[in-house]
Design a protein around this ligand. Structure first.
Ligand code: ATP
Length: 489
């Protein structure tokens, strides 16, 4: 690489509140994400992934899938049906209690999650150093949250603490009400309650109900895991922040079945592995990732942590890691009447395995990657927008740019593109000046640009330009595939 070129790039710092606006516009303009059914005015919290977005999402899913199933001999994958026998959701507890407590502001007509208002209030008290007050609110909250008659108590806590809406400062509150987040559909010709099915609100249950099928078919012995990527649906009342909270989204979940008593050790190992995955495999800035330990546990969990990411709009969850005890398998045993025990062939012990779950949201991760990568700088005095994506995640790995589009040079470049495309997603671009073409690729995060020029015709070399440093070097065309393979590992 030409070191004298190192000073060509000057960084520009950008206020976080501007980043979201710029990201949404770039995502649409360059074909990462479009609003769903846009020509009809769209649909709240639904989005479509465009040509580059679907490519990048596929990369993320493939990296996750390989990190689970290929790297672990004792983890296998499944792809379960979205619709399941409705009793599944009674057994899992979703019919009775997959509710969010909502509260409305009469003046602004805005709707909020009552639990989020209180949690944010506690965090603010802690930030302001009012620790005793924060602890008092925390314990009052823990005492009421999840209780069957919690609505009144949550309302009293919100009004008693004079909690205001974070965005408007208003606090003209209605009562708290519970909303079930599952979407209902009718299956069959008759639209009565006997045909009610649900769109799954999580992928995990498809794994639990297949525990014995997978164990037997793949001859798995505890400890082992089942991984799955798939759509989940939640009728989220509070939406917003682009693809952060959607009603239809994709989860990447893995349930790890262990012997009771060994769950904490497994939990800690997965906690470490999952955090490292974001940093080493995806190249996310480590300082923007944070652990959050749940003080208030779901009734079935004995330990739970979230991995949170510093989005431009705040630090929010991208993955949950939960020690779920034997709750799910026991519930399915009770509701289905089928034995969910595991028999250890060597010791003859029988038990219902405990489960450690890693549950990551593909769309939230996509947004985390985009916002982490968004970069504005100045190259040779010219401002540019660049997505500093890891080459593994970037939708296009390399661009082939002929200096002159016609004649021998264009033909050679096209052949070169076709050769590279057998192994990598590459783009060919012969329109506009070379500088403009570099900028187009920088903006979508393409890590390498190969330029075919006059010298190429003489000695079969091309220039390779590095996105981040904007520096160039010459390599043999015959080495280009190997070059990309070594850079994208
Ligand atoms: P939140 O508290 O933000 O609603 P959650 O705790 O309900 O999230 P989980 O049930 O643990 O989320 O789901 C696991 C992962 O699925 C989350 O970490 C997130 O990445 C993703 N996820 C959950 N709900 C949504 C949603 N509405 N839109 C996009 N991704 C989601």
């Amino acid at each position: 690489m030409n070191n004298s070129d190192q000073t060509r790039v000057q960084n520009v710092s950008l206020p976080p509140d501007k980043v979201m606006h710029k990201l949404v516009s770039l995502a649409k303009r360059r074909g990462f994400i479009f609003p769903s059914s846009e020509i009809y005015g769209g649909l709240s919290s639904c989005f479509d992934y465009g040509p580059l977005g679907s490519e990048m999402k596929k990369n993320i899913k493939e990296l996750w899938w390989n990190s689970m199933t290929r790297r672990h001999a004792n983890i296998v994958g499944i792809d379960a049906s979205i619709m399941m026998n409705p009793t599944v959701w009674e057994a899992s507890g979703h019919v009775a209690s997959f509710n969010d407590p909502m509260i409305d502001d009469r003046t602004t007509k805005r709707r909020y999650r009552a639990d989020h208002l209180i949690e944010n209030h506690i965090e603010k008290l802690r930030r302001d150093g009012k620790t005793d007050h924060a602890e008092a609110v925390q314990s009052a909250y823990e005492a009421v949250a999840g209780a069957p008659d919690s609505n009144r108590a949550l309302y009293d806590l919100i009004t008693g603490e004079a909690i205001k809406a974070p965005d408007t400062g208003s606090g003209d509150w209605t009562e708290v009400r519970q909303f079930n987040l599952m979407f209902q559909c009718n299956m069959g010709a008759v639209a009565d309650t006997s045909g009610i099915v649900y769109l799954r609100p999580e992928t995990a249950q498809g794994i639990f109900v297949n525990f014995h099928n997978v164990r037997e078919a793949s001859r798995m012995k505890v400890p082992f895991g089942i991984a799955q990527i798939g759509k989940a649906f939640r009728n989220e009342i509070v939406k917003g922040n682009f693809i952060f909270r959607m009603v239809e989204f994709e989860q990447m979940e893995m349930q790890y079945f262990v012997k009771p008593g060994s769950q904490i050790e497994a939990f800690e190992a997965w906690r470490e592995e999952r955090f490292n995955w974001y940093v080493t495999e995806l190249g996310i800035t480590q300082e923007k990732l944070h652990w959050y330990k749940h003080d208030k546990l779901a009734h079935y969990a004995d330990l739970a942590y979230d991995i949170k990411f510093e989005f431009p709009f705040g630090t929010e969850e991208i993955e949950g890691i939960h020690s779920r005890t034997d709750f799910d398998l026991s519930q399915h045993q009770q509701y289905s009447g089928k034995n969910m025990e595991y028999i250890d062939q060597t010791t003859n012990e029988r038990y219902i395995p405990y489960v450690v779950e890693t549950s990551s949201g593909c769309d939230r991760l996509f947004l985390a990657l985009l916002s982490d990568a968004y970069n504005e700088d100045v190259v040779d005095g010219e401002p540019r927008v660049m997505l500093k994506l890891s080459p593994k995640v970037a939708p296009v790995k390399a661009a082939v740019l002929p200096l002159v589009k016609k004649g021998e040079m264009g033909e050679k470049a096209e052949l070169f593109r076709s050769e590279l495309s057998t192994a990598f997603m590459v783009q060919y671009d012969d329109a506009a000046s070379i500088g403009k073409r570099y900028r187009r690729q920088d903006e979508i995060g393409t890590p390498f640009c190969f330029t075919v020029d006059h010298q190429t015709l003489e000695d079969q070399t091309v220039t390779v330009r590095y996105r981040d440093s904007a520096t160039q070097e010459r390599i043999d065309m015959s080495r280009a595939k190997e070059f990309l393979a070594t850079k994208i590992v």
